[in-house]
Ligand binder design. Structure first.
Ligand code: AGP
Length: 607
């Protein structure tokens, strides 16, 4: 999730405007940035890795000539943060510059094709294929409009992109598919941006750009067209009333709620992880005699879920380990035949890096799953996957949790296939169900958010909560508990439901709230028995259940419905969403700031 911005002005310099707007988009990505402008038929470009302030210090991002320009602040997904991988990217002759937010899935085949035609690539990014594709089309004699259109049509994946060129020095060409893009109209010119914060200093008049649409901006007007047949689109501008801070949160009161609502998108992006990296990790895992999934906090909970999925699908036993305990627990047994799959959204958690260091010292193979390309974990890993969730600002991890489980499930499916443990039909079925989850999450947010809000209000005076789940949803129960205690400060317990009768059930008394994660599936009957056990002791029972589940409703005081058809093995992804919302609304009930819980940091870089 990068930030792109650009403008074409009637008068004045574009660069200072682009520079200050990129700073407003920096929460979208902050590992590198750059700008390009056109002036008197020449392209000017400045870019580097690092924070915008440092790049400005070095290169002065206000000093590029010209009334037209584009800019980018990066959240690396393909190609580690570096000057050469920073945007804008250009063609061989530096006449075309492109900024892009999203993932071009077929970039490797396009790249090979263009290299065969003599194009020279300088970066490791997916984006660089775009200016070369346009250049190749121009070489074929197409005019710039046609060259742009044909190039975009060849792109697979998600994109919001903008192009300037010496061929059309008064125009910016943009296109959008899945990634966000907004256009702004003002007296002095036209603007485009990944989202509204960056536009607000210049205009409150915005025009939405829908999926599969292109926009051509001049300083007088913007022209919308359908990508499919290039037919013109007319759309009325809207007036925005948000403040800049409000806009960064897309109108949500907190980053946490915004990030919970971004999960359908971040899940789609996670499912776009490149097959070659999945295969690489799977090859290492397949060779390994012992696999440890090492992480902290929420990431550890995705490792617990993954241990069930890997065992059920690939028939491989793996050890989910709390990072801060790894050395004590397995320090003496880890060896050259061991593989550590370290999971960390920040890629900087000290407990994880310390465990990895110890294992490396014992010659174990280190693999990584992270959300931050260029983080320390990516540098100490033999192979790693970047989960593409974009920056997560709220301290409480939400979208990165569901994305982690999605990527770990893709790994388990491939390993299972490689080992001949599942049929192609089973593989296709689970893949299809995985790709249905973004829509299911959207439906949960649409239909259940008010219900969860009501329940948070109903239970706001409860002094303690008990979370129970079985099988893979032990992880969901643990994660629900962590969210509630970390942002609403309510002491909470979470247990595998079957373990409850071995002790914790002694806590239960009339009115004691117990939350059950209870999807249909192999563990269903046993979980219903647990609900009845609690009901028999007058506990207040709250269930996260399948919308078609008439049985469970009989024993529940309250329930939250999940759309039907989610296989149990994938259920932590949608079933955790109501628990994230419950914690969020409970924090509000308590007058707390969900984004900045006390005593916590987004990335724990101390042991
Ligand atoms: C989760 O909401 C917390 N922010 C915390 O437990 C977090 O998951 C943990 O510190 C691990 O962070 P990481 O994924 O960046 O390594």
């Amino acid at each position: 999730m990068c930030g792109i911005f650009g403008c074409v002005l009637k008068d004045g310099l574009a660069a200072p405007i682009i520079h200050s707007s990129l700073k407003l988009l920096e929460y979208r990505g902050y590992d590198s940035a750059g700008e390009a402008t056109i002036n008197e038929g020449k392209l000017y470009l400045k870019k580097d890795s690092g924070k915008i302030a440092d790049i400005h210090e070095k290169f002065n991002l206000d000093e590029l000539p010209g009334k037209i320009g584009i800019g980018h602040t990066r959240w690396a997904t393909h190609g580690a943060p570096s000057q050469v991988n920073a945007h804008p990217h250009t063609d061989c002759l530096n006449q075309i510059a492109v900024v892009h937010n999203g993932i071009i899935e077929n970039f490797e085949e396009l790249r090979m094709e263009l290299i065969d035609k003599g194009h020279v690539f300088v970066s490791k990014t997916d984006t660089e294929v775009i200016p070369h594709l346009i250049e190749e089309n121009l070489k074929r004699g197409l005019d710039f409009h046609q060259a742009f259109k044909d190039a975009v049509k060849r792109l697979k994946g998600s994109y919001a992109l903008a192009v300037i060129s010496t061929f059309e020095p008064e125009k910016i060409f943009c296109a959008r598919k899945e990634s966000p893009l907004i256009v702004g109209l003002a007296e002095n010119g036209s603007f485009f941006s990944s989202d509204i914060p960056a536009l607000l200093p210049y205009t409150k008049n915005i025009v939405e750009v829908f999926d599969e649409e292109a926009v051509i901006l001049t300083h007088q007007e913007v022209e919308l067209r359908k990508l499919e047949d290039w037919s013109p689109v007319t759309r009325k501008p809207k007036t925005i009333s948000w403040t800049i801070e409000g806009a960064m949160k897309k109108g949500y009161p907190h980053f946490m709620l915004k990030e919970i609502h971004e999960q359908a998108f971040s899940l789609k992006e996670a499912l776009r992880v490149q097959e070659k990296y999945l295969d690489l990790l799977v090859t290492f895992l397949d060779r390994s005699k012992q696999v440890f999934l090492v992480a902290s906090g929420t990431s550890y909970h995705s490792c617990i879920a993954a241990s069930y999925v890997l065992s059920k699908l690939a028939r491989i036993p793996v050890y989910p380990v709390v990072a801060s305990e790894f050395i004590e627990q397995f320090g003496n047994s880890v060896n050259i035949d061991s593989t550590i799959l370290a999971v960390s959204q920040s890629g900087e958690t000290a407990d994880v890096l310390r465990a990895v260091d110890h294992a490396r010292f014992k010659a174990a193979t280190i693999l990584g799953l992270t959300n931050v390309l260029g983080s320390t974990l990516t540098r100490v890993s033999r192979a790693y996957i970047c989960q593409n969730s974009g920056p997560e600002i709220g301290v409480a991890a939400t979208k990165t949790f569901t994305a982690q489980i999605a990527v770990l499930t893709l790994i388990a499916l491939r390993l299972a296939k490689l080992r001949g443990k599942i049929s192609q039909d089973e593989m296709d079925y689970l893949h299809q169900k995985l790709h249905e989850l973004p829509k299911i999450i959207e439906k949960i947010l649409e239909t259940q958010e008010e219900n969860v809000k009501r329940l948070a209000h109903k239970y706001k005076d409860s002094k303690v909560f008990y979370f129970l789940g079985r099988g893979v949803n032990v992880a969901t129960a643990l994660e629900g508990r962590l969210k509630l205690l970390e942002i609403a400060y309510i002491p909470s317990i979470a247990y595998p439901a079957g373990e409850s009768k071995h002790g914790p059930i002694s806590l239960i008394e009339p009115g004691f709230p117990v939350i059950f994660v209870c999807p249909k599936g192999e563990t269903y009957k046993a979980t219903i028995n647990n609900i009845m056990e609690m009901k028999a002791r007058d506990a207040l029972t709250i269930g996260i259940i399948d919308e078609t589940d008439e049985e469970a409703r009989k024993y529940l005081d309250d329930y939250i419905e999940i759309p039907a058809g989610v296989p149990e093995i994938l259920s932590p992804i949608p079933y955790v969403v109501p628990l994230q919302l419950f914690a969020y609304y409970m924090a509000l009930e308590k007058g707390l700031d969900p984004d900045k819980p006390r005593n916590l940091a987004k990335s724990v870089t101390v042991i």
